[in-house]
Design a protein around this ligand. Structure first.
Ligand code: NDP
Length: 453
């Protein structure tokens, strides 16, 4: 098991003490600290300036009440969060997650990861994350709108084009961003397009933003495969989830000649031995907001498609050569990793944030499976959000092709920088170390320049 360097261990102890019970945050911090021993050996000034301690403490944490009324006039109270983690590289930037599991520890883990991810893109964006324990599932359009308006009625005080620029995440897509942008505009009397990203195309959104995280992970995973002369062509691929990230991962993998045979939602997974019919998945999940089980029912018996409830098995039991977990944190365990390795997996690209447990990552690395951590592999979404901000600032609108070409270049640069950094710091092929070290150094340098703030 990788260890935290003796010089860094007290920092981790302090994080555990000050953030009791926030298991996901501990996990995210631990993974980064495990990589930094090599860095502080070369650059002791990072330790002397207490820079790492400062990076483990968010600059600002906002927690607020979100009251709203359902269609039966019953009042509900949810909790809203915005954790502004680091503005060393630029305005705080990171998505909003609406999911019943959201708590401050989850938002902090996401904000911490986001800081290094954003630095890896090479674009001038700091790290932040937010959301609410609101569950949009089963809610009417009007309920979702009222919730978003109430959420923004507090959040608007804390965000702005030069301060903090939220975007979508789980449970927050173009519909929710639209309601929140409308409320922000109404409250501030400003048409400040750059205050949110992931906007609709008719009011300042960027082409290719919707596709960017899934496409980006596919570009990154392809670059990993190519280091061994491989590609997606002819490979069997499993993608978990069936939301924004999963859908556009499936699309790009299929375009590159891969055969995606399974995807999932929180209730279970579907397998289609003939390769997934993406249009049908989109129809069920994006248009009707239904359940993935409907896929097997609509395809019918004898079609090669079937559904397995999550209680009856794991999507990672399905044999594949490339695995792209794109649902949620800690969804792929050490046991799942062993099954994937036994079945001959070559590469794993994390579309979600921290979907693989530390045990799973260790198993992949020990088995020589190429492993792309989320903070590098899924950075295409936030990178394209930064491209959306560029277009908003210049009152410009780029074509899909231009934006996707920039995205592909950014993902290639992130891959190459993780690869080269891992080599430079004595961990060849270790993309986790490469991403953590490269991201950290980019954030650390401006922090040194700014002094103790
Ligand atoms: P969506 O809400 O669009 O989709 C999430 C999907 O994951 C849904 O299909 C959901 O199913 C499924 N899911 C949730 N929990 C589980 C579970 N325990 N087991 C299996 N499936 C589950 O979210 P996104 O696609 O936007 O986000 C997915 C992941 O990618 C998150 O970790 C997010 O932080 C990360 N990410 C997203 C970015 C973006 O641009 N959107 C950018 C970078 C990272 P159900 O419908 O049942 O809830």
């Amino acid at each position: 098991m990788p260890q935290i360097d003796d010089k860094l261990a007290p920092i981790y102890e302090e994080v555990l003490r000050r953030n009791a019970g926030e298991a996901e945050f501990h996990q995210a911090v631990r993974e980064v600290l495990e990589s930094l021993g090599r860095v502080v050996a070369k650059r002791p000034e990072y330790l002397e300036s207490s820079l790492i301690e400062r990076l483990c403490e968010p600059e600002r944490q906002i927690i607020f009440r979100v009251p709203w009324t359902d269609d039966q006039n019953k009042v509900h109270i949810n909790r809203g969060f915005r954790v502004q983690f680091s503005s060393a590289m630029g305005p705080y930037k990171g998505g909003l997650r609406f999911h019943p599991s959201v708590n401050v520890g989850i938002i902090k883990f996401l904000g911490f990861e986001q800081t290094f991810k954003n630095a890896l893109t090479g674009l001038p964006i700091g790290g932040g994350k937010g959301g609410s324990d609101f569950d949009p599932k089963g809610r009417s359009e009007a309920e979702v709108m009222r919730f978003c308006q109430s959420f923004m009625s507090e959040l608007y005080r804390h965000i702005g084009e030069y301060t903090d620029v939220p975007a979508g995440d789980m449970g927050v897509g173009a519909r929710e961003i639209g309601y929140m942008f409308g409320q922000y505009k109404r409250l501030t009397n400003r048409y400040e397009a750059g205050v949110l990203t992931g906007k609709g195309l008719f009011y300042g959104g960027s082409l290719a933003r919707k596709e960017a995280t899934g496409y980006g992970n596919t570009y990154f995973t392809r670059a990993m495969l190519q280091t061994d002369g491989n590609d997606f062509d002819g490979k069997t691929v499993v993608v978990s989830g069936s939301g924004n990230v999963a859908i556009y991962t499936i699309e790009k993998v299929q375009e590159f000649g891969g055969k995606v045979i399974a995807c999932s939602d929180s209730s279970g997974y579907i397998v289609d031995e003939n390769g997934l019919d993406l249009e049908l998945v989109q129809q069920i999940k994006e248009v009707r907001r239904g359940r993935i089980s409907e896929y097997a029912r609509l395809k019918g018996e004898g079609s090669g498609a079937y559904y397995v409830k999550s209680a009856d098995g794991s999507i990672w039991d399905v044999p594949c050569q490339v695995a792209m977990p794109s649902a949620t944190q800690n969804e792929l365990t050490g046991k799942d990793a062993k099954t994937l390795i036994k079945n001959g997996v070559l590469a794993v690209g994390e579309g979600a944030n921290m979907p693989c447990t530390p045990e799973a990552i260790r198993a992949f690395q020990q088995a020589g499976v190429k492993f792309g951590p989320g903070k590098a592999a899924n950075a295409g979404g936030v990178a394209t959000s930064a491209l959306e901000m560029q277009q908003n600032a210049s009152r410009d609108r780029w074509t899909f092709e231009k934006t996707e070409t920039k995205l592909a270049d950014i993902m290639r640069d992130i891959h190459d920088s993780c690869y080269a950094t891992a080599e430079e710091y004595g961990a060849p092929g270790d993309y986790v170390a490469g991403a953590n070290i490269a991201g950290f150094i980019r954030v650390a340098e401006p922090m040194l320049a700014f002094g103790v703030i």
